[in-house]
Design a protein around this ligand. Sequence first.
Ligand code: HEC
Length: 102
Amino acid sequence: MKLFTGVVGAAVVAIPMLFSTAAVADGAALYKSKGCAGCHKADAMGQVGPRLAGQMEKYVLEQFKLIRDGKRASGKSGMMKGAVSKVTDAEAAEIAKYVSGL
Ligand code: HEC
């Protein structure tokens, strides 16, 4: 019984670690978990926010940072700013790579 508890305990610790490592590396997962899909749609073809699919990676990353940091306040940027304030540069780079490849 002691052995069993030990194995289960190790698995409970190891599984979330695997997931969090994967989430940082995977642009597709980040796109969903960081809420982008909620406004730009699951396929990134646009809805509340414009289409991101197929846009140049560099452009997506630059515009993302400008909006997040409040340096681009055009149109409806304000509604996105609050939702993405905690997304890091590294995470945004992965997301930009992902949507530009769609
Ligand atoms: C609350 C809704 C919302 C969320 C969540 C959101 N966006 Fe946006 N996004 C918008 C809106 C609205 C615009 C258009 C801003 C404007 O009017 O200029 C936009 C614009 C953009 C642009 C500029 C596109 C262009 O053609 O210039 C990029 C890049 C972008 N979003 C990336 C993201 C990423 C990446 C995420 C997730 C981390 C995200 N957005 C989450 C609503 C959202």
